[in-house]
Design a binder for this molecule. Structure first.
Ligand SMILES: [Zn+2]
Length: 369
């Protein structure tokens, strides 16, 4: 076995192979032959799935400087060295089905990375530096123990597919609604109670899978006409969720368990006046976003961090007129049983929810319109 391995690496070195297959080799350690002398300067793809590796060498980038794809699926890797960040040409990294508990921030230095697969590990969080991966198209972090996703993920402007099934996520960061290339979002079997109000506002987002989030009862109405998976949602006992407070009717409060903390008021058709706090926020937002060039305004408003954050990533936009919303929403329910999707999701109690900026928009909003 060892001789066979030795020969495979020797041949690859002699004949300047670009691909090297070392799958199913029973390797406990990274083969030293790969790292001897000048290494394998021509190697672009290294396949090492189903071995028993526990870590990676520090000098990987030095010895295999032209690696484009690295497949380490199904090993016992617990730690990847900080030096992983030196693999400047790496486009695809598969670390699925390993024993990772922690991902070093240096992963953010892999600026050529397009596909990152980390499913089935023991990750509890992801480093915010993942947001530095500007070329990242695919991120799979399913089957971990994540309780949140980094907000900086919205800087991954090329992200097309985000898979985070089977984790412990309680919410989807609303910043993700800014990922204009995102086509598929999968967050099945988590602990979601609500989705960002703007989710689906981007035309690019076509597939949303949130099946088996038992406390999730409402889907933003933007998702109407998209491909959604929501079986097994809304099946937990009603009334066990959070309090939406205030004036919402019974059916509404049941459907809207859990809303972003910033929602201060849930408006109804009867309220004709938007609260002062909301008017102030909308005015601030306009000031912050449409700052006239020729007017000499004071430097960026010295607001508390949390308020500034809310201004930059508001709750959402009115599903009727696109007005920005901050502290109040006027929701309108469209039970799934009234829509074309009802047949597909026979056993859910989930509704589409339109979120409006005022009672006027609430009255005139229609799902088909
Ligand atoms: Zn509106």
């Amino acid at each position: 076995m060892a001789t066979e391995l030795h020969e495979a690496i020797f041949m690859a070195k002699q004949e300047r192979h670009k691909n090297l297959f070392l799958n199913y080799r029973n390797l406990n350690n990274f083969p030293v032959e790969l790292l001897k002398d000048e290494g394998l300067q021509f190697l672009e793809r290294l396949y090492m799935k189903r071995n028993s590796l526990r870590t990676l060498p520090d000098n990987l980038a030095q010895k295999l400087p032209n690696l484009i794809e690295l497949y380490l699926h199904s090993n016992n890797i617990m730690i990847i060295p900080e030096a992983i960040g030196n693999l400047a040409r790496l486009q695809s990294l598969d670390l699925s089905n390993n024993a990772l508990q922690f991902l070093c921030p240096e992963i953010g230095r892999l600026r050529s990375l397009r596909h990152l697969r980390l499913s089935n590990n023991h990750l509890k969080c992801l480093p915010p530096e993942i947001g530095d991966l500007q070329d990242l198209q695919t991120l799979d972090v399913s089957m971990n123990q994540l309780i949140g996703l980094p907000e900086r993920l919205h800087r991954c402007a090329s992200l097309q597919t985000l898979t985070a099934d089977h984790n412990r996520l309680a919410h989807v960061p609303r910043q993700l609604c800014w990922l204009h290339r995102l086509n598929q979002l999968s967050m099945a079997a988590n602990r979601l109670t609500f989705l960002p109000l703007d989710l689906g506002r981007s035309r690019e987002l076509q597939f949303v899978f949130v099946d088996n989030n038992v406390d999730l009862r409402g889907l933003p109405s933007y998702l109407y006409n998209k491909v959604i998976g929501c079986s097994g949602c809304g099946v937990s006992a009603p009334g066990s969720g959070g309090d939406v407070g205030g004036s919402a009717g019974d059916a509404l409060s049941e459907a809207l368990v859990g809303l972003p903390a910033e929602v201060k008021v849930v408006g109804s058709e009867a309220d004709s006046v938007v609260p002062l706090e909301e008017i102030a926020m909308r005015a601030l937002h306009r000031l912050d976003h449409r700052r006239p060039k020729d007017v000499n305004l004071p430097p960026p408003i010295a607001l508390p961090q949390s308020l500034l954050h809310l201004l930059h990533f508001p709750l959402g936009h009115c599903h009727r007129c696109s007005q920005t919303m901050f502290t109040i929403i006027y929701p309108k329910l469209f039970p799934l049983r009234d829509t074309a999707l009802a047949g597909v999701h026979r056993r859910t109690t989930v509704s589409f929810v339109a979120y409006c900026c005022s009672s006027r928009c609430l009255r005139t909003f229609d799902l088909q319109g």
